[in-house]
Design a protein around this ligand. Structure first.
Ligand code: TXA
Ligand code: MG
Length: 349
């Protein structure tokens, strides 16, 4: 398949968006920018178009998609029995990195929600995303624009890397500011439950309602008894080609442990990459080391996380040794993605 690529900046913004929207109207699939990560979109009401997303990504059919809207009022077109607390949450956090699960209306086909009676809805804050959705005139079903299992793309080059030749169109715009996917909150039940930590933090959500809690099944490696409520959270995900190992504990000990492990792997003939932070990077003597950002502002780490993981693949390293960060605020989302990319391979420092 020949993929049409429209990059805003190289092409006029309005034309690029209009061309991409035409592809959606013709039943095609389009990668597009959002503030969390790039998405791979289709008309959410067109089963055939939505099905193409699953094929292009190699995504399991039991993994439902989030739908994206450009206008707060559009939520009524796709969801019913919307509780007041959900409206309060939308008013506070939309547009932005938060997906709300609600009871779905009949118009949404089974393939979009993988047969569930709830639908995840998000209104992104990225302006290009909203203009594009508006121009399509319908909600856009979109997972992250990566091949299933790979780290999500946060810029157009990474989308092209994964999807060129597999999708009808790629619309390039801003790099994703947040860098990790949206928080998912189930508002079809009470108390409300967070199914995936993301750009909006638990602490912020609890300002609306103190009873909001995080699905316990996502905090550790899932086993048979504890099934995550979001189907996608059970898969190994965000994984670069290299093996990832997380080193957890007091910072000084972490540095010591990483240096020790690094030497052992190099002796074994392995190429080692270090994924560290601004505060520690000078403590390592390694050819392939990269800082994810600063510990004093973990949103910088979230912003760079997936790009750093992918850049180690470009360097063809065999093993990535990663520092952990504090599981607080956006750090919860960072550690959730990092643990999944490591297949929960965590070593105490
Ligand atoms: O930030 C984001 O949310 C990005 C951008 C493109 O908007 N999208 C994204 O989609 O991360 P995806 O498909 O990569 O992840 C969606 C997650 C999956 O784990 C899926 O199982 C879960 O949301 N999900 C979607 N609808 C659901 C539903 N009705 N019930 C439970 N989980 C649902
Ligand atoms: Mg994804």
């Amino acid at each position: 398949m020949k993929t049409k690529v429209y990059i805003i900046g190289k092409e006029k913004r309005e034309e690029a968006i209009a061309n991409a929207a035409e592809v959606i109207k013709d039943g095609g699939i389009v990668a597009f920018p959002t503030e969390t990560v790039y998405g791979l979109g289709a008309d959410a009401l067109n089963s055939e178009a939505v099905n193409k997303i699953f094929i292009a990504k190699g995504r399991p059919q039991d993994n439902p998609l989030i739908i994206h809207i450009s206008d707060m009022d559009d939520v009524e077109l796709y969801a019913k029995n919307i509780p007041d607390i959900a409206k309060k949450i939308m008013n506070r956090f939309w547009p932005g990195p938060l997906t709300i699960l609600l009871e779905k209306k009949e118009c949404i086909p089974d393939v979009t929600t993988a047969g569930l009676n709830t639908v995840g809805i998000r209104m992104p804050s990225n302006e290009v995303a909203r203009e594009f959705i508006k121009k399509c005139g319908v909600a856009i079903a979109a997972p992250s624009a990566n091949i299933s299992g790979r780290p999500s793309p946060t810029d157009v080059e990474r989308c092209i890397e994964d999807l060129n030749g597999r999708v009808d169109c790629i619309l390039g715009g801003d790099n994703s500011e947040v860098g990790v996917e949206s928080t998912i909150i189930d508002c079809s039940v009470y108390p409300l439950c967070i199914l995936r930590p993301g750009g909006v933090t638990l602490e912020e959500l609890r300002e609306i309602d103190e009873s909001i809690y995080v699905d316990p099944a996502i905090l550790n490696k899932s086993n048979g008894d504890f099934k995550p409520k979001a189907p996608g959270m059970k898969y190994r995900h965000y994984a670069p080609k290299a093996k990832v190992i997380i080193i957890k504990g007091n910072l000084e000990k972490t540095i010591e442990k990483i240096n020790e492990l690094m030497v052992n792997y190099i002796v074994e003939g392995k190429k080692v990459g270090l994924m560290v932070t601004d505060e520690t990077i000078e403590s390592y003597k390694c050819e392939y080391k990269k800082s994810m950002g600063t510990r004093s502002d973990l949103s910088t780490v979230a912003h760079n996380l997936f790009e750093t993981l992918r850049s180690f693949d470009d360097m063809n390293v065999d093993v990535i040794l990663a520092e952990s960060v504090e599981e607080k605020g956006i750090g919860t989302a960072v550690m959730n993605r990092l643990k999944k990319s490591a297949g929960f391979d965590i070593i105490d420092a």
